[in-house]
Design a protein around this ligand. Structure first.
Ligand SMILES: *[C@@H]1O[C@H](CO)[C@@H](O)[C@H](O)[C@H]1NC(C)=O
Ligand SMILES: *[C@@H]1O[C@H](CO)[C@@H](O)[C@H](O)[C@H]1NC(C)=O
Ligand SMILES: *[C@@H]1O[C@H](CO)[C@@H](O)[C@H](O)[C@H]1NC(C)=O
Ligand SMILES: *[C@@H]1O[C@H](CO)[C@@H](O)[C@H](O)[C@H]1NC(C)=O
Ligand SMILES: *[C@@H]1O[C@H](CO)[C@@H](O)[C@H](O)[C@H]1NC(C)=O
Ligand SMILES: *[C@@H]1O[C@H](CO)[C@@H](O)[C@H](O)[C@H]1NC(C)=O
Length: 655
């Protein structure tokens, strides 16, 4: 039988749910303007979920909730940099077990629309491209650049054969596969690149599978985004004119199904700009109109999830996205049911039968309360532990890439070459601090440099004073022409107008040191007094808490916040070595961080480690604490409420 053409036992098992009279098939029906699945007309109502933003233990719960909303498909991005962290080293295990995720989706009864990139945007670091591609300094990403193509070929040669058994016609859940992502919004407009990808995808996946593109719903986007052999779809949100948007798709595809590949249920956030909110009523109304036209739709996002660790991206002009990717989606960052979930379910009910039975409930949250924090070493004090490979010396500063580090923080050190007895400007005239630098002189905090925002701080000190600069990668640009986003000190600094020479640099492996609990205690000093306006050099803090006895079903999910660290509040937080991401309530809008229960332990005290970059008032034990609460706060006050200069990004900018 032709259905077993793949030949493996796995395929046979996957096929049990299918009719055995005919091979499963999925195709574009150009004559009847629809998709055709197993010979029947078919329309999908899908939702986006990013497995890389949800702990594996919660995949099933989130997928089940999506199924119970009435969706018949999900759409997923595959972030290349998540699976190939260094060239040739692949990771598909644990939270990165893509095949396990696909099997869960299929078991639950959801089809899958696969978006393997290579570029995905997604508000994910560098749009999913691995930072190591920047080892070739002048690489033209997303083009026919031979080094870029060689890396893509190798990655797709690994990934696509792995995906092939999961294609619908091979008995799996994948009905269609997107090539690239919104390529029409990228400056390169390199048709040879898109043609190459088309051939590459076909060679690995076969001739049958539906390959498609997605672009903004405008002729200007479709011009460079759509290409012969790939079915062109569009994306647009509830504020768009649906008729005009689908007319744009019809211009590229006169026949075939109408498809909105990204119908926006909410929108993304940036540090310093107000939390984006889109009303349920607007989403429901527009969704209903789309479905009434017989169109296929994917709701982006159905659940946003969390940018744990360092995975958030940024937009240009530089604005980093926060840790939460809640997106104001129908399921919250923590998978909670919302009013929007039920509004969408009511709309879907009008167009297709939705599954009977109860929707899985919102997972309970627990307030573990306040946890006192103790001061540990400063980054400068712990340098030897934090830098496994030791120091690197060079005349001019090197970038993260040159130092072979992708994420987190790099420590730069130099000495004042002359007396700076009066305040002397330490500057980055080329705006080359990527992205934020915490400067101290002889251990005393001197100021902060920030990309596009602050290019000069004044320093004072004698010749020979030690200047320490901790430079933070806040997430690589994921959209537009600036995705070649080098980190660290990417151009020279000057002191009093003279180029600084003689750098010592340390790449830092903070995550491993925190995970192994190697940092030592260091009692507070005079310098830690909470004097208004006085900051301190980047310092670690630690505390621990026990999950209470006698309460059923603990541990449960929670949210962490730093309510009483008044002045500075900006840094990174780990629990039991798991990197929860960046907190920055003073810039907003995100105030609390999601803490999934599976990282908590009932067998031992839970260890909270904080790297506070600007200084916390920890001379008073009352103030020095973090707190676990049951209520998320994602819409706190933002800097832009008072400082108008931070630019808002509108949809047209980011299509
Ligand atoms: C692979 O990824 C998983 C999930 O993030 C992680 O736990 C594991 O340590 C990684 N494996 C390697 C070899 O890095
Ligand atoms: C929507 O677009 C269509 C086609 O371009 C146009 O005829 C119509 O007037 C537009 N509707 C609104 C409300 O702008
Ligand atoms: C810096 O100033 C000190 C006095 O404060 C002086 O002894 C020293 O020679 C000066 N060094 C330079 C390089 O000018
Ligand atoms: C640096 O100091 C000079 C002289 O005191 C002052 O005019 C200038 O505003 C200061 N610059 C900054 C960035 O603080
Ligand atoms: C720093 O300046 C030197 C001398 O002008 C130059 O050769 C070098 O390329 C510059 N380095 C960076 C990172 O811009
Ligand atoms: C927290 O740290 C303590 C002391 O290092 C250790 O004994 C304990 O196992 C850690 N807790 C967890 C959950 O790993």
């Amino acid at each position: 039988m032709s259905v077993l053409k793949g030949g493996s036992l796995l395929l046979g098992l996957l096929l049990l749910g299918q009719s055995l009279d005919a091979a499963p098939s999925f195709s574009v029906d150009y004559k009847n303007d629809c998709f055709r699945k197993d010979g029947q007309t078919f329309r999908y109502i899908s939702g986006s979920i990013h497995y890389s933003r949800i702990p594996r233990v919660y995949w099933k719960d989130r997928l089940l909730k999506m199924y119970m909303a009435g969706l018949n498909a999900i759409q997923i991005y595959i972030p290349w940099n998540y699976h190939e962290p260094s060239a040739g080293l692949y990771n598909f295990s644990g939270d990165r077990d893509l095949e396990h995720f696909l099997k869960l989706a299929q078991d639950i009864g959801l089809l899958v629309i696969l978006r393997p990139g290579p570029y995905i945007c997604a508000e994910w670091d560098m749009g999913g491209l691995p930072a190591w591609l920047l080892n070739k300094k002048d690489i033209v990403l997303r083009s026919s650049d031979p080094d870029y193509i060689a890396a893509v070929d190798k990655w797709m040669g690994k990934l696509l054969p792995m995906m092939k058994p999961y294609l619908y016609q091979n008995g799996g859940p994948i009905i269609s596969v997107q090539v690239e992502n919104e390529y029409g919004s990228y400056f390169a407009c390199d048709y040879n690149y898109m043609r190459h990808l088309t051939r590459l995808f076909r060679s690995h996946l076969g001739d049958e599978v539906v390959l498609f593109t997605t672009d903004g719903a405008g002729l200007n986007y479709l011009k460079c985004g759509s290409i012969q052999g790939l079915y062109a779809t569009v994306d647009f949100g509830p504020h768009s004119n649906i008729t005009a948007a689908f007319a744009a798709q019809r211009h590229a595809e006169p026949h075939g199904p109408l498809v909105n590949s990204e119908f926006y249920t909410g929108w993304l956030d940036h540090w310093g700009s107000p939390h984006a909110v889109v009303s349920s009523a607007e989403v429901a109304k527009s969704l209903s109109q789309i479905l009434a036209m017989g169109a296929n739709v994917n709701l982006y996002m159905f659940i946003g999830g969390t940018n744990f660790g360092y995975w958030n991206g940024a937009n240009s002009p530089y604005a980093a996205q926060p840790t939460s990717y809640d997106y104001d989606a129908p399921l919250t960052e923590a998978g909670d049911l919302t009013e929007k979930f039920f509004a969408i379910r009511e709309v879907i009910k009008m167009y297709r039968d939705i599954p009977k039975g109860p929707v899985p409930p919102t997972t309970p949250k627990f307030a573990y309360g306040a946890v006192p924090m103790k001061k540990l070493q400063t980054v400068a004090d712990a340098l030897e532990k934090l830098s496994f490979s030791g120091s690197v010396k060079s005349v001019y500063p090197q970038t993260f890439m040159e130092l072979n580090q992708a994420f987190g923080y790099v420590f730069y050190r130099m000495t004042l070459p002359f007396n700076c007895s009066s305040p002397t400007p330490l500057s980055s005239p080329m705006n080359g601090v990527h992205d934020r630098a915490y400067v101290s002189v002889d251990g005393v905090f001197a100021g902060i440099l920030e990309r596009n925002e602050v290019i000069t701080v004044n320093v004072t000190g004698k010749a020979g004073s030690q200047v320490d600069i901790l430079v933070e990668n806040m997430g690589r640009i994921n959209y537009g022409r600036d995705i070649n986003d080098f980190k660290g000190l990417v151009s020279n600094l000057t002191l009093g107008g003279r180029t600084i020479t003689g750098w010592t640099m340390y790449s830092l492996n903070i995550d491993e040191v925190v995970g192994q609990d190697l940092l030592e205690e260091n009692p507070p000093t005079q310098a830690d007094s909470p004097q208004p306006g006085v900051l301190s050099p980047p310092t670690f803090y630690k505390g621990s808490f026990i999950i209470p006895d006698g309460i059923p079903d603990l541990p449960q999910d929670t949210y962490v916040t730093m309510p009483s660290w008044r002045k500075a509040l900006n840094g990174q937080i780990w629990i039991n070595g798991f990197n929860l991401g960046r907190y920055w309530p003073t810039r907003g809008p995100q105030v609390t961080l999601f803490v999934p229960a599976h990282i908590l332990s009932t067998a031992a005290p839970n260890n909270v480690t904080v790297l506070e970059l600007e200084g916390a008032p920890c001379s008073s034990p009352e103030a020095c604490r973090v707190e676990f609460t049951t209520t998320p706060v994602l819409n706190g006050a933002t800097l832009s409420d008072s400082q108008q200069h931070r630019r808002m990004f509108i949809k047209e900018d980011l299509l």
